[in-house]
Every structure is written in C-alpha cells, then in structure tokens.
Design a protein around this ligand. Structure first.
Ligand SMILES: Nc1ncnc2c1ncn2[C@@H]1O[C@H](COP(=O)(O)OP(=O)(O)OP(=O)(O)O)[C@@H](O)[C@H]1O
Length: 242
C-alpha cells in the first residue's frame, strides 16, 4: 500500500511571508509606545562606599588589605596618621603617615581627623581630606581601624559605611600569628592577646564577618570582594558624607 505524501500547503506562486526586520520592529514599538527608546543607563552608577575593616590584633587585617590592594581597582586605602615609631619594613605614606606627637595633636586641634584614638600609648587617626579627595575621584574607600576605632566610626558614620570584622579561625591561631610576626615584646603580646579576647565580643555591631583562616588568605580576600560587590548592588544605596 502507498502512503500518501504530506502536501506543502503553500502554493508555489505565493510570495513568502516576510517577518519585519529588527529596526522595523523597534520603530513600530516606539510608535506604539509614543516615545523613542534611549540608551541611558536604567539605573545610575552606584554610590561610592566606605568600608571599615577591623578586627582584633593579629587576625590579618593588613594581610587581607594588602592582597585586596593587588586584586581590586578603584579602591582607595586610607593611610592612617600615627605617632608611633615605624616598624621594620614599613613605608612612610604607604603603611602610615608617621608624625610626631605634636604634629598629631595639631591635626586634632584643626579638626583634620575623622576619628582618632590613643592605642597602646600611641595616637592613630584618619585624615578627612584624603577620604574627600578620593571619593570625589569616584573611588571607594577602605579604612583599617582597630575595634575601638570601628566603634567610634559607627557613631560618626552610622549605617552610611559598611563594617567588616575579620577573625582568625581560633584564638590559638590568632595568638600564634602574633608571636610569629615578631613585632611585639612579651609584655606587648600579653596586652594584645588580652584585648583581643575582649574585642571579639564587639562582633555584633558589625555588618559582616570574614574568617581569615590559616593559609586561606585568598578566600578571606574573596569574601571581602563579594561584600563590596553586594554593597555596590544595593537597591537602597548608602550615602556617606564626610
Ligand atoms: N590567612 C593567614 N594565614 C597565615 N598567616 C596569616 C594569615 N593572615 C595573616 N597572616 C600573618 O599573621 C600575622 C598578623 O597579620 P597582620 O599583621 O596582617 O595582622 P593585623 O590584624 O593587621 O594586626 P595588627 O592589628 O596588630 O596590626 C602576619 O605575620 C601575617 O603575615
């Protein structure tokens, strides 16, 4: 038995139906909408953010920040002014601005510092001008402060800044890192370790926590980057005024 062939419904003389081109469709849509489509961004560029990185002594704040500096653009790492002595390997203007006690006190007098504190007998403070200057260039700002500084900044900046707490995976790991660093005397170590134990209790007043586990510095840095990305994607952007 012969199976009948399915017939092409089109008759050979009928012209093929032409679908409209993309420009034609666009024109038609614009006509129906009553307006032209524009190329403007749907949302404005995100605001600059201020990220406060803090945590107990020896958890690796500097290590995280130094790595972040290598992998991330458009971030300005605020250089803190301090009256303490330069440690071996530190660079003026990169690690800190090293100033005399008198110079520091005159900066306080002239209201040049966003916040300052006396830490382990030495002054540390954040120059306002540096933040204003880099924010006006469109850069995000990273501040590295101790817990005391973070608490003061929370009072000054409220929710306009993002507060990140760095921790080691355990207390023993944190203490070992401090010992290995070989920058503190036995007495200084004791003060830092005792303070650190108390400081972990302040975690609750931070927005994010990042564990900087032994040998996992890159993971900690990635977590900080994710925080920055998430903050830049917020619908309700933080607005910081300094
Ligand atoms: N993930 C990590 N694994 C191993 N060692 C680390 C890690 N992160 C930091 N360190 C080391 O731990 C020591 C302390 O780190 P760092 O100086 O960055 O701490 P800090 O939080 O900035 O301390 P402080 O507040 O006292 O300045 C350094 O010798 C650093 O190289």
């Amino acid at each position: 038995m012969k199976i009948p062939q399915t017939q092409n419904p089109k008759t050979p003389n009928q012209p093929p139906i032409q679908s409209p081109t993309k420009p034609e469709t666009l024109k038609s849509l614009e006509f129906q909408m009553g307006t032209c489509f524009n190329t403007n961004p749907i949302i404005p560029p995100p605001n600059q953010i201020v990220i406060v990185i803090s945590g107990p002594s020896g958890v690796g704040k500097d290590a995280v920040i130094n790595k972040l500096r290598e992998v991330r653009e458009n971030l300005h790492f605020v250089v803190t002014a301090t009256s303490r002595q330069m440690r071996h390997g530190e660079v003026e203007g990169k690690d800190y601005y090293f100033v005399s006690r008198d110079q520091f006190l005159s900066m306080v007098e002239n209201d040049e510092l966003l916040e300052y504190a006396l830490v382990y007998g030495e002054y540390k403070g954040i120059p306002k001008k540096q933040i204003q200057e880099y924010m006006s260039k469109g850069e995000d700002i990273v501040l590295r402060v101790d817990i005391q500084g973070a608490q003061t900044l929370r009072k000054i900046l409220g929710n306009s800044a993002v507060f990140v707490f760095i921790v080691a995976e355990s207390e023993i790991e944190m203490v070992e890192r401090l010992i290995d660093r070989k920058t503190e005397s036995q007495e200084e170590l004791l003060v830092r370790v005792a303070t650190a134990r108390e400081e972990v209790r302040h975690l609750k007043s931070f927005d994010y926590v990042v564990v900087n586990a032994k040998g996992k510095l890159d993971d900690a840095v990635k977590s900080v980057e994710s925080i920055i990305d998430a903050e830049k994607s917020r619908v309700h952007q933080r607005i910081v005024r300094i």
